[in-house]
Design a protein around this ligand. Sequence first.
Ligand SMILES: Nc1ncnc2c1ncn2[C@@H]1O[C@H](COP(=O)(O)OP(=O)(O)OP(=O)(O)O)[C@@H](O)[C@H]1O
Length: 625
Amino acid sequence: MARSDSFFSTISAKKPRPDGKPSLSVRERFSALKNLPEFLRLVWQTSPGLTLGNVALRLLRAALPVAMLYVAQLILDAVVQLSRQPAPERVLAPVLTLVALEFGLAVLSDALGRGVALLDSLLGDLFANQTSIRLMQHAAELDLDQFEDSAFYDKLERARRQTLSRTVLMSQVLSQAQDVITMGFLAVGLVAFNPWLLLLLLVAVVPAFLGESHFNERSYSLVHGWTPERRELDYLRQTGASDETAKEVKIFGLSGFLIDRFRTLSDGFYQQNKSLVIKRAGWGTFFAAVGAAGYYAAYVYIISQTVYGQVSIGQLTFLAGSFARMRGLLEGILSRFSAVAEGALYLQDFFDFFHLQPKIRRDEARPVLPFPRPIRWGFTFENVGFKYRNAEKWALRNLSFELQAGEKLALVGENGAGKTTLVKLLSRLYDPTEGRILLDGHDLRDYDPQELRQEIGVIFQDFVRFQLPAGQNLAVGRIDQKDNQPRIEQAAQQSLADSVIAKLPGGYEQMIGRRFNGGVDLSGGEWQKIALGRAYMRDAQLLILDEPTAALDARAEYEVFQRFKELTQGKTAVLISHRFSTVRMADRILVIENGQFQEIGSHEQLLARGGRYAELFRLQAAGYQ
Ligand SMILES: Nc1ncnc2c1ncn2[C@@H]1O[C@H](COP(=O)(O)OP(=O)(O)OP(=O)(O)O)[C@@H](O)[C@H]1O
């Protein structure tokens, strides 16, 4: 074998992982075990009853192998004894009693095994469900900004993927404890006979353990390092075959492109994994042979002791059985140790994810102001600047203006000008990088973000098309009112969604979207009316509509805005639109260009001013002539 391929060179070289980090050392692996107590605490919290039952059954089961071997020894010795007596004096009854005892133990062992498997599976299912829930809860608390960080996504992805493997880890840890106890029982018998046998056992098993743990470490490194690519693979798989993308994939003939990329990535992983599993199989065979040699050496020794009359035939079977069993157990314990250590490493990702804390949250150390009801003066932007994570360019800079209480303000600007960003800052999905935003004279950060969001109704241009029944799709605007049918119907009337719902076969109960059975899809404009209804579900003091009518026909748009003016009387509203027919209805219009303040004023004032707004307005008006 080439030097570079040898096990010893790979174990010593600390090869870099595909993600550039060095591979994990044995010490790192041991230190990952520190995650186990916290993990076991979570298992216990999942169900103390099932956990206790599981441990009790496993303890009982741990004692059975040595008991069965001992009964087998008694049976053989009794048989040998009997065979030496003259035939008429032989009595079978004591032997049969022993056989019945062994039969009972065998049945008990099987029943306990099944009981353990049952409790493992129930506990595992509960644990997987609870961790998935915790995962969703925690993800919901985090900042939007964190979701835009790819390292965060990788963490989330690893944490999510491990929901199932963590239940495996749980039974591995419990089985480990069970096997250690069984080993302890068996070791007592073996040491009593000859302590050297125990040493022989270690010599037979330890190299296999080292090999196994080395390859586990490499396998973890490989999988860990490939997380971004595996995320991309999932994305490609989803894009290549999903209802949402099928239309464009077909029209643009994208399937070949997607499949090529998938093939390149998946082949890369396959090749790296293949070389690893081949090496693993080779070294595994070698170490298994070493283990077998150890076992047969011990066997020969025990046989010779039997031949020379040092031990009985029954003891021979007990010792040989003990040794074989211990070898199996020790191998299992050691290799499971590296699997457990590997699982504990993955656990690190899981806990890391839970240790991520949002920045935008109520600061307990800072006094929190009650949200003003009603808002008295409004919002003030003071020299506000914002840069997205990892972005070179400022999305907004030096922005100062006032949004007065009760005012309808329209935002105008070309694509990428920063309109949506402004709205995200207003609803505290992000905090400004520079400057500050005030509400009634106080920094927005002095209010509870939760309360602030309750007072704001925002419909974004990329609103979510929830695959839910029509009524609930509206109710997501205020989910605690999901059973308040009159309120849902009122919101539907206000947003014109009522006419859409009237045409659905199932009315408010009709599932919308094609993902689930019996779902009906809507047109873009119909979806928009539903989304708009979400804003009316709220009793918000500030309503923000980010291009709410882009997909509506001219008549619907006119109606929506007539209603919008009526329905938001006395409320503050921000409206983003590229249609000037809509924009001109606002009290004032703020024009932004390249993230910078350009001008502000009423439609008439801005036209008279002859600036950017007037230019854009005339440009659009010319299109209609
Ligand atoms: N999540 C993000 N990460 C990095 N950059 C972003 C992100 N979202 C927006 N940007 C950038 O910030 C700038 C402003 O984007 P924004 O969405 O606020 O523009 P907009 O005026 O709403 O555009 P449109 O009219 O196209 O909706 C753009 O240059 C955009 O590329």
